[in-house]
Write a protein that binds this ligand. Structure first.
Ligand code: FES
Length: 84
């Protein structure tokens, strides 16, 4: 199981945390990965200037509406493959 922690602190919220979360949810359900990937809301991850902050396995990434698809494919699906 991969956990995607999306910051919903105020800076990230303003930069569109919820849009990022809904994009993840849509991609996860489109690919039937609900039992492999979970999404959690996180408090401020300390990287407010790089909002929206997303933490996966102790690494923090900067994700936004325009790179969320690429991030999901490259990082998340990549990790899923590694874990198989
Ligand atoms: S509010 Fe998201 S990192 Fe600070």
């Amino acid at each position: 199981m991969i956990t995607i922690n999306v910051c919903v602190g105020s800076a990230c919220h303003l930069k569109g945390s919820y849009k990022v979360i809904s994009s993840f949810k849509k991609m996860i359900s489109d690919k039937d990965l609900e039992n492999k990937i979970e999404i959690k809301g996180a408090f401020c991850l300390g990287h407010c200037t790089e909002a929206v902050s997303v933490k996966v396995e102790d690494k923090i990434y900067s994700v936004n509406e325009s790179n969320v698809d690429k991030f999901f494919h490259d990082v998340i699906l990549g990790k899923l493959k590694e874990n198989e």
